[in-house]
Every structure is written in C-alpha cells, then in structure tokens.
Design a protein around this ligand. Structure first.
Ligand SMILES: Nc1ncnc2c1ncn2[C@@H]1O[C@H](COP(=O)(O)OP(=O)(O)OP(=O)(O)O)[C@@H](O)[C@H]1O
Ligand SMILES: [Mg+2]
Length: 254
C-alpha cells in the first residue's frame, strides 16, 4: 500500500478523497511551523518595544519576520482552495532543487544560528531541473531539516552538524541527502508510518507526508545510519523531461 493510501486509511477517507485529505493533513502539519514562529517573534517584539528605552530597530526586524511568516502561513492555507477542484494534483514545473534548498535553509537560518549548528552544503552546480511541485519539495526539505535539527538536541552544542548534498547520477536521477550527526535511529521503516513519533510535541506526520510527496513524484525516500553516529535521509526525483534528453545526449558525447 502506498504511503498516501495509508494516510487516507487512518483518516477514514474514501479512495477518491485520498489526495484531498492528504493535502489538507499536510497543510495542517506545515502551518504549525510559521504559526509557532509568529507567536515567538510577537513575544520578542513586545519585549523590544517595552524595553526602556524601546529598541525600535530590533522591534522592526522581528516585525518583518512576523510579516514574512504570516505570508508563508497564508500561502499554505490558500492552497486548500484549489485542491479539491483539481483532485489534489498540482502542476509540476521545472524546479531548481538547489534554489529550494537555499530558500528552506534561509527560512531556518535564525534557529540554526541560535542552536549553534554548523551547516555544510555540497550542491551540484550543474544539477538539472526536476519535474516537480516546488511547494511540495519545499515541504519535504523543511521536514527533513527540521527533524535533523531536533535530532541534534542531545549533541554537545560545539559538535552539531548538518550536511546537505545534491547530485545527479548517470541514470538521470536527482538525489538529495540530508545528513546529521544526531541521536540516530534504531529502525528505518516504522518512522515513515503516520502518527509514529518519539517526540513529546511531535505529530508523527512529517516523514509520512515526505514519503507520500516523493512517491507521487515517482521518486524514493529512505533513511540510513551514519558512522560513527546520526542519520542520513535521501530522496530521489526524476529530471524534467526535456532536460533528461539533453542530459542523455551529453552523457553519450562523453
Ligand atoms: N534525523 C533524525 N534522527 C533521528 N530520528 C529521527 C530523525 N528524523 C526522524 N526521526 C524519528 O522519526 C520519528 C518520526 O518523524 P516525523 O517527522 O514523521 O514525526 P515527528 O518529527 O515526530 O513529528 P512531526 O509530525 O512534527 O514531524 C521522529 O519522532 C523521530 O523518532
Ligand atoms: Mg518531523
């Protein structure tokens, strides 16, 4: 059974409603993050404005972040509108995965800096575009990086690291890896089941959503252990059709 069917089954949805139910569940999951950031930044803003004298520069900066996150939340919610009319399937376009990685990382940069996490990138500069739904791939990367940050909570704060890698293999498949040196895993399949969580405030939906998105793009998502510790999550995506042609031709020339 696919992870999307699995998800629909636990929510009691009929097969025809699978995609829509899945999409709404994933939006509910994703919208939590900008909302939590809005609450935290609003409290910070109140502190800067109540200081004596008020720190207007800091207040303005936190306000900008609140506006940014409110737009992100509104963007997520507005996606509900179009979901049912098109059966939950959104348009696939040509997507630069390195750009998506950059945007996701930028949106989490404050938290990464506060937690003293070293992030290393190894992005293939010649990565061909993927045929994908940009927003969904953004969701996948956000969830994987979020999990990596959580996994580092128990690691000494001068040794926390995350590595993000993109590459394209000879068969014309894009591959993205998110590697952490965190707490690690003991099993590698149950984590993809809906509602499986070991976190006090986790929904256990992040990886189920990620796998469903990647499989709906004809890709794969899996986890494997690192030596000496930590976990690497890997997903694959097909190259956009017209670029796959060009890629094959360039491999033939070589
Ligand atoms: N990078 C990681 N390192 C170690 N364990 C992980 C990692 N990523 C996921 N896990 C484990 O897999 C479980 C399921 O992850 P998943 O993202 O689906 O849910 P969650 O993070 O618990 O909650 P949420 O729905 O908020 O994402 C986690 O609770 C954690 O035990
Ligand atoms: Mg998660």
């Amino acid at each position: 059974m696919s992870s999307q069917q699995n998800l629909a089954l636990v929510s009691g949805a009929s097969r025809s409603n699978n995609a829509g139910i899945f999409a709404v569940a994933s939006i509910a999951h994703e919208v939590n993050q900008p909302l939590a950031a809005i609450v935290a930044n609003s409290q910070a803003c109140r502190r800067w404005l109540s200081a004596d004298p008020p720190n207007l520069d800091r207040g303005r900066t936190t306000l900008e972040r609140i506006i940014r996150d409110a737009h992100a939340a509104a963007e997520l919610v507005s996606r509900i509108d179009g979901l049912f009319s098109r059966g939950g399937i959104r348009a696939r376009t040509s997507v630069d995965i390195n750009q998506v990685i950059d945007a996701v990382w930028q949106s989490m940069a404050d938290e990464i800096a506060t937690k003293n996490i070293r992030v290393a990138f190894e992005l293939d500069p010649d990565l061909p575009p993927a045929r994908a739904d940009r927003i969904q791939i953004q969701q996948v990367l956000t969830n994987l990086i979020r999990n990596a940050l959580d996994a580092l909570d128990t690691v000494a704060d001068d040794a926390r690291s995350v590595q993000i890698r993109s590459l394209c293999d000879a068969a014309g498949t894009i591959r993205v890896e998110v590697r952490d040196n965190g707490i690690g895993l003991t099993e590698f399949e149950q984590i993809f089941e809906p509602f499986f969580t070991t976190k006090t405030h986790g929904m256990g939906m992040g990886l189920a959503i990620c796998r469903s998105i990647i499989e709906s793009h004809d890709g794969r998502l899996w986890a494997s252990p690192n030596k000496p510790g930590g976990t690497t999550f890997v997903f694959t995506l097909p190259v956009h059709a017209s670029d796959a042609e060009a890629l094959r031709a360039s491999h033939e020339v070589k």
